[in-house]
Design a protein around this ligand. Structure first.
Ligand SMILES: Cc1cc2nc3c(=O)[nH]c(=O)nc-3n(C[C@H](O)[C@H](O)[C@H](O)COP(=O)(O)O)c2cc1C
Length: 158
């Protein structure tokens, strides 16, 4: 099975998780949606990942999904997010990805999130500090990515 892992990342977490996932899935190709437009005709399975900020999926991932909705409906597809409040993942998925695609997806889930304060600037840095502060108090928040979550997701793809 030819698998495309198309992702968009702002500060590197989603890119890192996409690479880990690629190593766990046979015949997988990575595509950074902020730089390239993939040719979907070459793939039987398309995985789309992106980070969540203020409840919104990375614009490049969201636009890619919406632009290719009909094509994705005809293929095996799966979706992952990188985000800190993993308890909110279902809500983020429903808000950002068409319901028909989520219904037919072979895997969906969050790989957790990271708070690299040094990678943030200005307003984002302020928000990041608030997310980190809330995260340390919240049972639902993950301030690290989860290799277990990536493994489970990869198992479903295989
Ligand atoms: C400005 C900002 C807003 C964020 N908003 C959310 C959010 O609404 N929900 C959430 O779960 N995580 C949120 N996060 C955490 C990110 O999803 C997390 O840092 C993720 O690892 C970023 O992935 P990336 O490095 O691939 O961009 C936010 C982070 C920043 C900097």
């Amino acid at each position: 099975m030819n698998v495309l892992i198309a992702y968009a990342s702002k500060t590197g977490t989603t890119a890192k998780c996409a690479k880990i996932l690629k190593a766990l899935v046979d015949d997988a190709t990575l595509c950074d949606l902020t730089k390239e437009k993939p040719d979907l005709s070459q793939y039987n399975c398309v995985i789309v990942g992106g980070s969540i900020r203020m409840g919104a999926l990375h614009k490049a991932s969201k636009n890619f999904i919406l632009r290719n909705k009909e094509t994705l409906m005809r293929k095996k597809c799966a979706f992952f997010t990188c985000n800190c409040f993993t308890g909110q993942t279902d809500m983020y998925m429903k808000k950002n990805i068409p319901g028909e695609l989520l219904k037919k997806a072979i895997a969906t889930g969050s790989f957790g999130g990271e708070i690299p304060l040094e990678a943030q600037k200005g307003f984002d840095k302020l928000i990041m500090k608030l997310v980190a502060k809330r995260g340390t108090r919240s049972e639902n928040a993950k301030l690290h990515t989860s290799s277990e979550a990536i493994n489970k997701f990869a198992e479903k793809i295989r």
